[in-house]
Design a protein around this ligand. Structure first.
Ligand SMILES: Cc1ncc(COP(=O)(O)O)c(C=O)c1O
Length: 382
């Protein structure tokens, strides 16, 4: 048993979510494009998310993985093109690149636990098409130097903001600085409906392609507005549509986002300030962060023991991704995709392996009280 719930958006679910869900159920119109009494909740969610992010377009889809794949496909990734991503991330990043027929390439992270811009520049080759920086655990990646490398080599930038909805980097929201951004609304995320995702995108043609791709190539979207014959660049798609029920829940959750991030940020700042002797993860923008409590110890063994001790004290602690870089997955190591073997064993990122293995992360919860914060500080003082 942990002494507080480590959930983010889910911890705040209440009457408003129930009412929003009930309205959709009573309308019997759970499909976003038509129904007996369509409430257009998905259209509204897309508009509200775009306003929050200050981007021209967003597209709601069924998951964060779908959002990544839609963005890559919408931005026109060529077959076999390489996309550079950090060695420390969730496997969905590699999976989405494979889905879009690209090849994932892994680069070192630095003490921000996000993509190291120097390592990124070293990995760029004539096969590189894009870069996929990941905003890990509610802290933004250091985007300015990453964007500079991308500009120098004419690379597409897709931000993975699955774990950082609402977080800011130098005043702008994660997912709004590159060519596109991807968000997840899975159960652990800042705003959640259990599952769900969204793409933010600047270019109108890429936006149009994403809208069509997630809807069987424009099964219902083109039927509503332009005719299929008029559609520029028609191409086949799949079904990755968001349901009205999901969007209704997410609209309520979106309204809770900024106060929740402010709370998490103040909790993290208080704990970090109380323990300046710990080697905290560097946050490229502490002000804009949504709060993260990750620190590094001297060895893997020390980190494992500290996680065990914190857990015994009821504090939800873990080492991110069990201390394993994303390429340690047997399928990635073997280059095995659903379409056959596509690459050889990726080069190891030993600095990232070291940092990740020696790290300890305490999960923050949206409903943490002052007593919970004191308990975390006491447990960390050990
Ligand atoms: C960094 C990152 N990218 C992508 C995803 C994929 O999101 P989903 O689980 O909604 O497909 C996740 C989900 O955990 C994630 O953490």
């Amino acid at each position: 048993m942990t002494r507080y719930e480590p959930w983010r958006g889910l911890a705040l679910w209440g009457q408003e979510e129930e009412t929003a869900a009930l309205e959709v159920l009573r309308s019997r119109s759970l499909f976003r494009y038509y129904g007996p009494e369509l409430l257009h909740r998905t259209d509204s969610f897309e508009r509200e998310l775009a306003e929050l992010l200050e981007v021209p377009h967003t597209v709601a889809v069924s998951s964060g993985t779908a959002a990544l794949a839609c963005a890559l496909i919408g931005l026109g990734i060529p077959e076999g093109a390489e996309v550079i991503m950090p060695a420390v991330t969730f496997v969905a990043c590699a999976n989405a690149v494979v889905w879009a027929r690209g090849v994932p390439v892994f680069a070192e992270v630095d003490d921000t636990l996000t993509l190291d811009p120097v390592a990124l520049a070293e990995k760029v080759s004539d096969r590189t098409w894009g870069v996929l920086p990941v905003h890990l655990n509610n802290a933004a990646a250091d985007l300015d130097p990453i964007l500079a490398v991308a500009r120098r080599h004419d690379l597409v930038v897709l931000e993975d903001a699955a774990q950082a909805a609402g977080v800011r980097y130098r005043g702008r929201r994660a997912g709004s600085l590159g060519d596109a951004g991807a968000f997840s609304f899975q159960l652990e995320k800042n705003i959640t409906a259990g599952e769900g995702g969204a793409v933010s995108v600047r270019d109108p043609l890429a936006h149009q392609r994403i809208v069509r791709y997630q809807d069987q190539g424009g099964q219902f979207t083109t039927a509503r507005g332009e005719s299929r014959a008029q559609a520029a660049e028609p191409f086949l798609g799949v079904n990755l549509r968001m349901t009205e029920l999901t969007a209704a829940l997410l609209r309520v959750q979106l309204g809770r986002l900024d106060p929740m991030l402010a709370h998490l940020r103040s909790v993290a700042a208080e704990v970090r300030a109380a323990l300046p002797e710990l080697h905290w993860r560097r946050l490229p923008d502490e002000e804009g962060s949504g709060g993260d409590l990750t620190f590094f110890l001297g060895s893997r063994l020390e980190a494992r023991d500290r996680v065990a001790a914190l857990t015994a004290d009821g504090i939800p602690a873990h080492t991110l991704y069990q201390g394993q870089p994303v390429y340690s997955s047997p399928a990635i190591r073997a280059g095995r995709t659903p379409w056959g073997t596509r690459w050889g064993t990726p080069a190891r990122c030993r600095d990232s392996e070291g940092l990740l293995g020696r790290s300890v992360t305490i999960s923050l919860g949206a409903t943490m009280t002052a007593a919970d914060v004191r308990a975390v500080i006491t447990a960390l003082r050990g």
